[in-house]
Design a binder for this molecule. Structure first.
Ligand SMILES: NC(=O)c1ccc[n+]([C@@H]2O[C@H](COP(=O)([O-])OP(=O)(O)OC[C@H]3O[C@@H](n4cnc5c(N)ncnc54)[C@H](O)[C@@H]3O)[C@@H](O)[C@H]2O)c1
Ligand SMILES: CC(C)[C@H](C(=O)O)[C@@H](O)C(=O)O
Ligand SMILES: [Mg+2]
Length: 356
């Protein structure tokens, strides 16, 4: 098959990990006889530096014309000035919106080969397999926001807004996914306090009752979920939640496998190209040192092949290769737990050796 993949390396460790992802995609193309072509485009801080815009129009056009997008990360201290006119993160939010990527799938799996990397007890984490659906183009990230001086006092606001269709579509996708898995769906909200969460709960309950009566459904408040997630993670199958709650809970969930560097994600919409990225950021503390874990990005490439290109065998080959590399004891520092470690490129090399 021929596929046109846009690469958005971005900032910090972004270029280092996207390079490893591209090498793995190339190995898959050779092994399975596909033709992947790549176009690298600007996003984030590097785009601000070069064009003044965190998401230049040529990047949007290239993404819209592509089969799939692979993103590294955006942001970093260089662009952190709170009074700056624009921020790298604006580019990421905008590309999600431009591509209509309303659902962000974040699988949280523990790897039997890696249980030592987690700070949590083996009996709690072993066998965890959760699929988060994070709503991605609505909620507090996209509601009315701004600053205003009232009676000489500066105020800032960001508003959480959800509409019925926005909740319906992401809950439907999550419930469908639950059907193909263990048949359980948990919706996470803050309906005891927030009006958009009350709407979310009503709509989610109705959609599941009317359209997915076979799915076992429950609701959990987000504060309690933060605790349940790391005390009884095996009790969860598919979880659906709003934009900000999903962002926070999945970073927390990275302590189940043991590192943010292990968690990939797929952002998808009703149609058009999907966007694939690790859930972590640009990791300024380790950028340029060649020690970032590329496995989240490599696993995001597997999701790209599965969801956008419908290449299931190829996706499974990457996932199997990652497990094999972990089973052989190869570790970047974030998952080394005191053992010897290797760098970003060497980890990419190990995955390539298995795929060769
Ligand atoms: N999708 C994105 O582009 C994205 C996501 C999150 C944060 N960010 C941005 O990244 C910047 C830094 O944010 P932060 O420091 O809060 O979060 P971060 O995810 O970049 O880093 C948090 C911690 O995890 C470690 N880490 C992250 N990825 C790793 C990897 N692959 N291998 C090894 N260790 C890894 C980092 O070294 C750091 O100690 C900010 O500007 C933020 O806005 C971007
Ligand atoms: C950088 C930021 C805009 C982004 C988000 O909050 O969505 C990040 O934390 C993520 O998880 O992809
Ligand atoms: Mg995040």
């Amino acid at each position: 098959m021929k596929a046109n993949i846009v690469l958005l390396p971005g900032d910090g460790i972004g270029p280092e990990i996207v390079l490893q992802g591209q090498r793995v995609l190339d190995a898959i193309a050779t092994k399975f006889n596909h033709q992947f072509t790549y176009q690298s485009c600007l996003i984030g801080g590097i785009a601000i530096d070069q064009t003044g815009d965190p998401l230049p129009q040529p990047t949007i056009d290239a993404c819209l014309a592509s089969d799939a997008v692979l993103l590294g990360a955006v942001g970093g201290p260089k662009w952190d000035d709170p009074s700056a006119k624009t921020r790298p993160e604006v580019g990421l939010l905008k590309i999600r919106k431009e591509l209509g990527l309303f659902a962000n799938l974040r699988p949280i799996q523990t790897f039997p080969e890696l249980v030592g990397a987690s700070p949590l007890r083996r009996e709690i984490i072993e066998g965890t397999d959760i699929l988060f659906f994070r709503e991605l183009t609505g909620g507090i990230y996209f509601g009315p926001s701004g600053r205003e001086t009232i009676d000489g006092v500066e105020h800032a606001m960001a508003t959480m807004v959800y509409s019925v269709p926005e909740v319906e579509r992401v809950v439907r996708l999550a419930a469908e996914a639950a059907r193909g898995r263990d048949g359980r769906l948990t919706s996470v909200d803050k309906a005891n306090v927030l009006e958009p969460s009350r709407l979310w709960r009503q709509v989610a309950e109705r959609v599941v009752r009317e359209e997915f009566p076979d799915v076992k459904y429950d609701v959990v408040l987000v504060d309690a979920m933060a605790m349940h997630l790391i005390s009884r993670p095996k009790d969860f199958d598919v979880v659906v939640t709003s934009n900000m709650f999903g962002d926070i809970l999945t970073d927390e969930a990275s302590m189940l496998p043991g590192s943010l560097g292990m968690l990939p994600s797929a952002s998808i919409g009703a149609d058009g190209p999907g966007l694939y990225e690790p859930i972590h950021g640009s990791a300024p503390d380790i950028a340029g040192k060649g020690i970032a874990n590329p496995l989240a990005t490599i696993l995001a490439c597997a999701m790209l092949l599965r969801h956008s290109l419908k290449l299931e065998d190829e996706a499974a080959a990457i996932e199997a290769a990652v497990r094999k590399v972990l089973a052989a004891g190869h570790r970047t520092p974030d998952i080394a737990a005191g053992e010897a470690s290797i760098g970003t490129e060497a980890m990419g090399d190990e995955v390539l050796k298995v795929l060769a």
